[in-house]
Write a protein that binds this ligand. Structure first.
Ligand code: C2E
Ligand code: MG
Ligand code: MG
Length: 737
């Protein structure tokens, strides 16, 4: 054989090997079959070429084509030997069987045309065949389509004759496979498209083959994408997860794993959430290793989940964590503080008199204050910490301690200072302050909830004093428990009618007659013990029992006064005391009117006593509320004057009818010249404003005398009578009537 021929044969083998390798790579599932068939063909070809070359080299001129035909007759591939003038046509057994024709017919032109799939034996048709490779298809008698790829080469020197050798490569099965493959591929792509599932697969973890749905999902330019490019589409926060998935080695178990990633389109549109279910498949003798998975768009579900989580864990008004979140994160922080030895503080905070802010400035402004308070707290949050709104006007702040025991106190003070700065514009007249109680993690409790409860205990132990800051002490426990017990029994006392009104006379200093009484509440226990209001009114205020008590006092006071009038006792003014919670109720006017109507008492015989502190905590709203009562004809007294702001300028603004000089001015008025001067000045200013004055705590005739001379209108005190039950007071009418 010539070198040129060897080179051509080598090239042909290389080319066809490359084709087979490429095909196997594209369709690994058929690679075994294709490679198998290919190798058999190559071996056969080699054997034939070897035999031919042997014969050829032995005696070029004596080569007999029939010898050759005998060699190929029983080989496992299709062979045709034919001369260009068609006088010599020989087909081996394989092709004869395929064509379904007997030996004698196989030497004819028709058989050759059919086998080579040619319409005719014209020069054009033949040039296609002799050019090298061409495909032919024909039907057998049993109507099966056979496809063969023919390789034709020219051999010279068969007894001076040139012959063609056509070697067939039966591709009928491969063709079927291709069709099956194409339809399987279509089926796969359509299914993935319908299910909106993208698939990416890689054999080297450097480049992905992407399914058509993946291409659509992410707007890829082709169905091949490098891992690097795909990674760049993933949200930076999710890339680490993705990297560990790509580098995971779960081939052994074959386990399917799942992660959730935010991925965007190549056009840079916003990220969407995808679930990525991935798997590694081990390489086998016939297959390459595979890594890949399915991508499913879960954005809508994820958004719903986030909304649910938001509703469950975020406070709607302030948009900071709510109690649920505080408890779950707090417990983690508690455990961390236990295991790592870090200390954390928790401050429980309460906005002072928030109901006043809400009632006076309106609900929207109340929410504004809550939001801003939350923002202030956020400034003090440290890693691992949290700010949360627990309920209404109650908040909590958790932050790292760093071994500084003064930190919670300083932090609470800073919060108070920041909060006070909000008192501008529509809040200028409001006193914005908050109270705080704090405890330490992990020292002050055996769980986060326990430590939080202790911070709340500490907050309560401030006694509702605005601006109080208290640290938790275990000893505090007992007194708080005492208060709780008291609250419970007070609630029962109200239900069991153990509350009773006592009346203390008010005397007209000019006439010496009773001009009014002050109704003062008493709790008479079943054993006869009398509890004075100082011991239970503040507790009732804190536990909101005060509403019930005030309702009772208002109705009972009016009922008693109306009864006395009916019984023919002199007409007097009934004074009742109101707390801030009572006074700032929106329906104050309606409730007072209701009591007057129900008891049939004229409004001018009812007086409401308010303290300075109460009235001045929000002066505009206080004036509005006072005017509502004045409109009804109810009198208004300023109680304990001199103990609070004591600013006489307020007498201009507040629509009061009576000023009650506090007992502290009266106690020593006989000897205390300054007290006398103050009292005299206040009386004359009040007179100029047409406001009557009454001195509280007159205990002796000297005090009465001095006050009468100073121009004081009325007097109240033990000198005339202590607070007493209604029947006892009736006896006094005779004395001062
Ligand atoms: P207040 O309104 O200033 O009542 C006057 C208090 O001074 C009464 O004490 C009375 O007993 C006491 N007092 C009167 N004259 C004298 C005196 O000459 N010497 C001394 N040492 N004390 C005198 P009480 O009844 O214990 O009431 C204390 C406070 O409790 C009241 O101060 C009032 O602020 C509150 N309070 C009493 N009853 C009610 C009520 O029904 N509702 C509300 N919201 N508060 C009430
Ligand atoms: Mg009073
Ligand atoms: Mg008083």
């Amino acid at each position: 054989m010539k070198y040129g021929n060897i080179l051509a044969a080598s090239l042909a083998i290389c080319l066809s090997t490359a084709l087979v390798v490429a095909f196997s790579f594209m369709h690994p599932e058929y690679s075994v079959l294709v490679i198998g068939v290919y190798f058999i063909t190559v071996i056969l070809m080699s054997v034939i070429v070897f035999i031919i070359s042997k014969i050829y080299t032995k005696n070029k001129s004596s080569v007999d084509s029939e010898d050759f035909v005998r060699v190929i007759e029983n080989l496992d591939s299709e062979f045709i030997v034919w001369s260009d003038d068609f006088t010599y046509i020989r087909m081996n057994k394989r092709i004869r069987e395929l064509l379904d024709i007997p030996l004698e017919e196989s030497c004819g032109k028709d058989a050759l045309k059919k086998a080579l799939g040619l319409p005719d034996l014209s020069v054009n048709s033949l040039s296609l065949v002799t050019a090298g490779k061409h495909n032919a298809s024909f039907n057998t008698k049993t109507n099966k389509t056979v496809s063969i790829t023919w390789s034709t080469s020219l051999f010279k020197g068969f007894k001076k004759r040139s012959l063609y050798l056509s070697t067939g490569f039966n591709i009928t099965e491969i063709k079927k496979m291709k069709i099956n493959l194409a339809s399987a591929n279509d089926f796969f792509n359509s299914s993935m498209e319908l299910a909106e599932i993208g698939v990416i697969m890689s054999t080297d973890r450097k480049k992905y083959a992407a399914s058509s749905e993946t291409v659509r999902m992410f707007g890829l330019k082709s169905n091949s994408i490098s891992v690097k490019t795909f990674r760049s589409l993933i949200h930076p926060n999710d890339r680490m997860q993705f990297d560990s998935a790509v580098n995971s080695d779960n081939e052994e178990s074959g386990e399917i794993k799942k992660i959730e990633l935010r991925i965007k389109k190549t056009d840079g549109a916003s990220y969407r959430w995808y679930s990525f279910r991935y798997k590694s498949i081990r390489a086998t003798d016939n297959t390459l290793p595979l890594f890949g998975g399915a991508l499913l768009d879960i954005n809508e579900e994820r958004e719903k989940d986030m909304l649910i989580e938001r509703l469950a864990y975020i406070d709607e008004v302030t948009e900071i964590a709510n109690r649920n979140r505080l408890v779950s994160i707090g417990q983690e922080t508690y455990e961390c503080s236990r295991t790592l030895g870090y200390s954390y503080w928790i401050i429980a905070l309460d906005i002072d008199r928030f109901h006043i802010i809400n009632d006076t400035c309106g609900y929207e402004n109340g929410n504004y204050i809550l939001r801003n308070f939350a923002h202030i707290l956020y400034k003090f949050v440290t890693p691992g910490g949290l700010a949360a709104r627990i309920s209404g006007d109650n908040f909590a702040l958790v932050f790292r301690g760093y071994g500084d025991d003064d930190l919670p106190f300083r932090t609470a003070k800073n919060i108070q200072e920041e909060f006070a700065k909000l008192a501008v514009d529509e809040f200028a007249a409001v006193n914005l302050s908050c109270s705080a109680g704090f405890s330490k993690m992990p020292d002050d409790g055996d769980s986060f909830l326990n430590v939080m409860e202790h911070a709340e205990f500490a907050l309560k132990s401030g006694g509702g004093q605005p601006g109080s800051i208290c640290g938790y002490e275990p000893s505090m426990h007992d007194s708080i428990i005492g208060v709780n017990e008291l609250e419970k029994s007070l609630a029962l006392a109200i239900d069991n009618n153990e509350l009773q009104l006592f009346y203390q006379p008010k005397i007209d200093l000019k006439s010496g007659k009773i001009m009014g009484v002050e109704a003062l509440i008493r709790w008479i226990k079943p054993d006869g013990t009398v509890i004075t209001p100082d011991a239970f009114v503040p507790i009732a205020e804190r536990s909101r029992l005060i509403g019930k008590i005030s309702e009772f006092v208002l109705n009972e006071g009016c009922r008693q006064n109306a009864l006395w009038q009916k019984l023919g006792y002199p007409n007097i003014v009934m004074s009742i005391n109101f707390t801030s919670a009572d006074f700032y109720q929106n329906d104050l006017k309606e409730r007072v009117l209701d009591a007057l109507v129900r008891t049939d008492l004229d409004a001018k015989w009812l007086e409401v006593e308010l303290t300075e502190t109460l009235a001045l905590s929000d002066i505009d709203y206080a004036v509005a509320q006072m005017n509502k009562l004045r409109d009804l004809g109810v009198k208004l007294a300023m109680d304990d004057f001199g103990t609070g702001y004591s600013s006489l300028s307020y007498l201009q603004i507040l629509p009061i009818t009576l000023l009650k000089l506090d007992r502290s001015f009266i106690t020593d008025i006989q000897h205390d010249n300054i007290a006398l001067k103050i009292v005299s000045a206040v009386i004359s200013i009040a007179k100029s404003k047409k406001i009557k004055t009454i001195a509280e705590g007159i205990e002796n005739p000297e005090q009465e005398d001095i006050l009468r001379k100073a121009g004081c209108d009325y007097g109240q005190g033990y000198y005339y009578g202590k607070p007493m039950p209604a029947e006892e007071l009736e006896k006094l009418f005779a004395k001062f009537g």
